[in-house]
Write a protein that binds this ligand. Sequence first.
Ligand code: CUA
Length: 381
Amino acid sequence: MSLRRADRQVRREELKAVAESRHTDYSRRAVRGDALTGRLGTRTASCLFIGGGLLLWAAAALAADRVQQPSMFSPVSTPAYDIRELSFLVLGLCALIFIVVAGMATYIIVRYRSRGDDRREPPQIYGSDRIEIAWTVVPFLIVVVLFLVTARYIYGIERKEQAPDALEITVVGNQWWWEIRYPKLGIVTANELHVPAGDERHAAPAFITLQSADVAHSFWVPQLAGKMDVIPNKTNRVWIDPRKPGLYVGQCAEYCGTQHAWMLLRVVVQPKPEFDRWVAAQQAAAADDASARAGAKLFVSLSCINCHTVRGTAANGVFGPDLTHLMSRETLGAGAARNSPESLRAWVEDPATIKPGALMPAMRLSSDELGQLTAYLLTLR
Ligand code: CUA
């Protein structure tokens, strides 16, 4: 993996160069900016600034369109539909207020602009009860409506009863990954949640119990449900009933330390038969591949087993992700890298090259050991 390292080194130098050039750019821009405001006036300059910002934003939005973006405006599960409905109501109400206020202001500015040399002062109104009552009561009523509607939606989502045969999942937030347990099914996995899809006639709600092993996190898959805090020593709950098979991405939404940004979550919604096959595969014992015995032996002889479990072996640690079916997962390090043989090897060699700050230490293995260990992990399908 020295090539990878060299790559990273080059990248780091590039970034440094960019940062330095940016630094000088800023000071130059400040001088240029002064000249600009001098020539055009502050208002024109700020208009240019805002216009430029909007253009940049539009460009970023276009670029972002190419990667998968979780959007709360394309829900596939009841709580997310409710949230979108409520958002549209709030946005609509705000748009209406904006149109009324901006319209009145524009009308007044145009209609009563100063004309010719008419310097008379317009009539001044002091202490009009009627006007004051109107501008107090109307906003108050708007806020009351928003409050009542929001409370109704929250109550509607929260009071959902759990059917006795509903799918139960426990998600435990860890720095910086998600442990996912299916207590009734005897499955433990990480970072990738699988649930069956319901359809229009038959919803398949899954109830997710949220716990934290360390600090506060927040569970958020925008297309499935609202955010829910994941708090140490407290149990929270969310439920989802996705109706469309697909991959829905989410992430930790509460700053929880260095790698908060790489605490991603993938929810795989599958048709029921496919989900049942996944369950059966996860319940199966870990593979015992004769060709990877050397790696398996190495694995249990190293401190890997203090943190990781491979069911059916001496490895029963609980601080790190369960590795029994490691290769059934798409990503490594909670979404930090694709789960390929190359990145798996790089990860085992030194997780910090992929996810700086990750709590798994570099084991300082020789190239041979690294090869054997990776070969063993690759058999854990
Ligand atoms: Cu966990 Cu942010």
